[in-house]
Design a binder for this molecule. Sequence first.
Ligand code: GRF
Length: 202
Amino acid sequence: MRFAVLASGQGSNLQALIDAQQRGALAPAEIALVVCNRPGAPALARAAAAGVRSVLIDHTRHPNRRSFEDALLIELRSADIEAVVLAGFMRILTDHFVGAFPLRILNTHPALCPAFPGVYAVRQALDYGVKMTGCTVHLVDSGVDTGPIVFQAVVPVVDDDNEASLHERIRAHEHALLPEAARLLAAGRLRIEGRRVQILPG
Ligand code: GRF
């Protein structure tokens, strides 16, 4: 199954997907394209270093979300993309895009959904004083971080945590779970019934 990975920043989750592919742990998922919306983002360099085709679609050059999403869809269709991984992609996608890949878009969110949706999840968890947070790998629906959950991992918060230290430990779990979710989706091993996702035996 041909995947596009959409990334905006550091791209450590993209790197985890590339690493999984290179050690043969991603098949039958295949990263066929990387799309980045920020010029100069490290995600672009990571794709280039791995020999994965990448394209920059700068959202600031589009007058509205629709135009930006149309540009994304054109690139994805021309690369015969069948599924999408959002790996630190910091743009909200509307139904126009999500509807083009129904139950074929994975996202990773650095909190235990439904807690702390949105951009500042790690900071909000710290500020709230939770003792446990984590990450959620989920299928994307029309809401923000609301889709059916594939995996969650719990990360304890320690007394001297700051946003960076906590996020780093959360990322370590994302790096394991996101490629595995892509592999299972591609293998047809995610059975989705309403909000519940069951992992079928291989
Ligand atoms: C990840 O923690 C992801 O959950 C969030 O943004 C972060 C991206 O990190 N949406 P990276 O760019 O993959 O390093």
